[in-house]
Design a protein around this ligand. Structure first.
Ligand SMILES: [Zn+2]
Length: 206
């Protein structure tokens, strides 16, 4: 692409670095911004800079938060004893939308994936195991997507806490294998949390 302006070229380049946005779409978006009042672009830039500089991760559950302890963890009406293990904030949002879960979360920050070079040490598994060892948690609900990576991660955590008196369950799979949680409709997801099944027996023991 030949640009008549270096400023335009830079802006298009930065926007095109976002996933799913090619150079042509980036150009269209940047030209759109140029037609809008200047304030719009300022708001956009400020919100992104603020996001990066001010965002925090909850010290307890590792969810994205504006405070050191997130709203869910700080809520005394929520049950500390039931913890739902999820991959990221999108799963928290999906489960919260069902209105069926009154426990707390633990956000791993991903799934074990040897293909992508993600091992247990790259995820927030250690802090989860520590919490379980402290004995406050009575039930862990594995709510990772039922992909091979999700199953591997569930099983890894399960092995880490084996022998500790904590109930483990997994969300019932009305959700087809391979579906990501965030795409499950609220009714199905809500039902699968209520109808969760014991983790033992949910996996094959070869
Ligand atoms: Zn939290």
């Amino acid at each position: 692409m030949d640009f008549s302006s270096k400023l335009l070229e830079n802006a298009v380049y930065e926007v095109s670095q976002l996933p799913g946005i090619g150079k042509r779409t980036a150009l269209r978006l940047v030209l759109h911004l140029l037609k809008q009042p200047e304030q719009r672009t300022e708001n956009l830039s400020t919100s992104l800079v603020d996001l990066r500089s001010k965002i925090q991760f909850c010290e307890n559950c590792h969810n994205i938060s504006d405070t050191t302890i997130c709203e869910i963890c700080a809520n005394p009406k929520r049950d500390d004893a039931v913890v739902c293990v999820v991959e990221d904030i999108r799963d928290v949002m999906a489960i919260e939308n069902t209105g069926q879960f009154r426990g707390k979360y633990h956000v791993l920050g991903g799934k074990i994936s040897p293909m992508e070079g993600i091992g247990p040490q790259n995820l927030k598994i250690g802090t989860l195991v520590d919490k379980v060892k402290k004995g406050v948690i009575k039930e862990l609900i594995f709510a990772l997507s039922s992909t091979m990576e999700g199953d591997t991660t569930n099983f890894y955590i399960y092995r880490q806490i084996e022998g500790i008196a904590v109930k483990t369950s997994t969300i019932a799979r009305g959700i087809a294998v391979g579906d990501e949680l965030e795409y499950a409709d609220e009714v199905t997801l809500g039902r699968s949390i209520l109808n969760r099944v014991p983790f033992e027996g949910s996996f094959r023991q070869d």
